[in-house]
Design a protein around this ligand. Structure first.
Ligand code: LMR
Length: 398
């Protein structure tokens, strides 16, 4: 039965974790996967999460099946974060939201639903994009192509190229956009540029799918969500996937969501019924714990304020690490100007290092980043940064 089954390659991101765990180098540093560690190199367990978990444990409840679309309070909290609790889309009931197994789950539910309603549509992802976007939409049955995004020469976004790609897309094309903190480059487009993207999406009849895995890691919850308001104001129907892996440091709980903005409440009801079929036929219904924790935090004003504070601290520490990295590289003898790293936003820095240099970083120094040159700035700390800077300086020196 399995004699012809080929060995699949390791996952380009999570596969690095396997390699990292097997590495015996005592100085090893994992800058591969997008995970935030504190200044002691520890994965944080947020205080708001601990408080919510304690409250849940104080009143233990049996674990029945959740509704197919998840915990009602959770879905409402997701809607509030994405669109604003008092926003017209939410109050009019025209958002269909489901709890999903992480942000990836939200993307997959949306992709499977889109395949049913737009089977011949093409999907465009940014060039480059999160490694899993292409695989996920391809596995959902779509032909996946790219729109121009990264401008390596000028270290930024090739916005003219991006607009040209979108303008050239056929009506109905699904455009996967990073709502904030572009993964992997760390370069976002400006608010004015978003206005132009929204205009093209509308004029060309494209379908926007916003991946919002890092809300709160750029400038703040509301600030990072501002792009959603632009799509709402344009009167578009669109998709948004949400992840709480990073913002709640709940990676292993797999807590995310998918929201679909529809034309009316009645339409949202029909869309929701289809999303539920996708979920039911994949994994039946979502798990309880992570969703219950997030709903408890977001539904309690004090815990929510604590969450925003803790999220803000993560955001500020990452920004500080960017500057320390730039200074450290200079001190380690790197001649080229690396200050572009402070212009990037979110968890990642597209370092500009080649695949060969990334392989050397791994094999000679135990410093892990992706082959594309992406490093997770959120895993740097005051103890490992000198070592990382020395290692990078050595591979740059050749
Ligand atoms: C990443 O890009 O490293 C994260 O989004 C984690 C993942 O699932 O790939």
């Amino acid at each position: 039965l399995f004699s012809a089954v080929e060995m699949a390659p390791r996952d380009p991101i999570l596969g690095l974790n396997e390699q990292f765990n097997a590495d015996t180098n005592p100085n090893k540093v994992n800058l591969g996967v997008g995970v935030y560690f504190d200044d002691n190199g520890k994965l944080p367990l947020l205080q708001c999460v601990q408080a919510a978990e304690k409250a849940l444990m104080d009143k233990p409840t049996a674990r029945g099946y959740l509704p197919i679309d998840g915990i009602v309070a959770y879905d409402n909290a997701v809607k509030g974060l994405v669109f604003g609790a008092d926003s017209e889309p939410v109050t009019s009931g025209r958002v269909a939201t489901v709890q999903a197994i992480g942000g990836t789950g939200g993307l997959k539910i949306g992709a499977d639903f889109l395949k049913k309603i737009s089977p011949d549509a093409k999907v465009l992802i940014s060039d480059p994009s999160w490694e899993n976007h292409r695989a996920l939409f391809t596995n959902a049955g779509f032909v996946v192509d790219t729109y121009a995004y990264y401008d390596a020469d000028n270290r930024g976004v090739n916005f003219d190229g991006m607009l040209a790609s979108l303008n050239a897309a056929a009506p109905g094309t699904i455009i996967v956009l990073h709502a904030c903190c572009h993964n992997p480059t760390g370069y976002d487009i400006t608010s004015a540029q978003w206005d132009q993207v929204v205009e093209v999406v509308k004029a060309k009849g494209l379908t926007a799918f916003l991946d919002m895995a890092y809300q709160g890691f750029g400038y703040g919850i509301a600030e990072d969500g501002a792009v959603i308001q632009k799509f709402v104001a344009a009167g578009l129907s669109f998709f948004v996937s949400t992840s709480f892996s990073k913002s709640f440091s709940l990676y292993g709980e797999r807590v995310g969501g998918l929201s679909v903005l529809c034309d009316s409440k009645e339409e949202a009801g029909r869309v929701l019924s289809q999303l539920k079929i996708v979920i039911r036929t994949n994994y039946s219904n979502p798990p309880t714990h992570g969703g219950a924790v997030v709903a408890a935090v977001l539904g309690n004003p004090e815990l929510r304020a604590l969450w925003e504070k803790e999220l803000g601290e993560m955001r500020v520490r990452i920004k500080a690490m960017r500057q320390t990295l730039v200074d450290g590289l200079k001190a380690a003898g790197v001649q080229q100007d690396m200050s572009f790293m402070t212009q990037q936003i979110g968890m990642f820095s597209y370092s500009g290092l080649s695949k060969d240099q990334m392989v050397r970083l791994r094999s000679e120094f135990g410093v892990y980043g992706t082959d594309t040159g992406r490093i997770c700035v959120a895993a740097l700390n005051s103890k490992n940064i000198d070592y990382v800077c020395q290692a990078i300086a050595k591979v740059i020196a050749g």
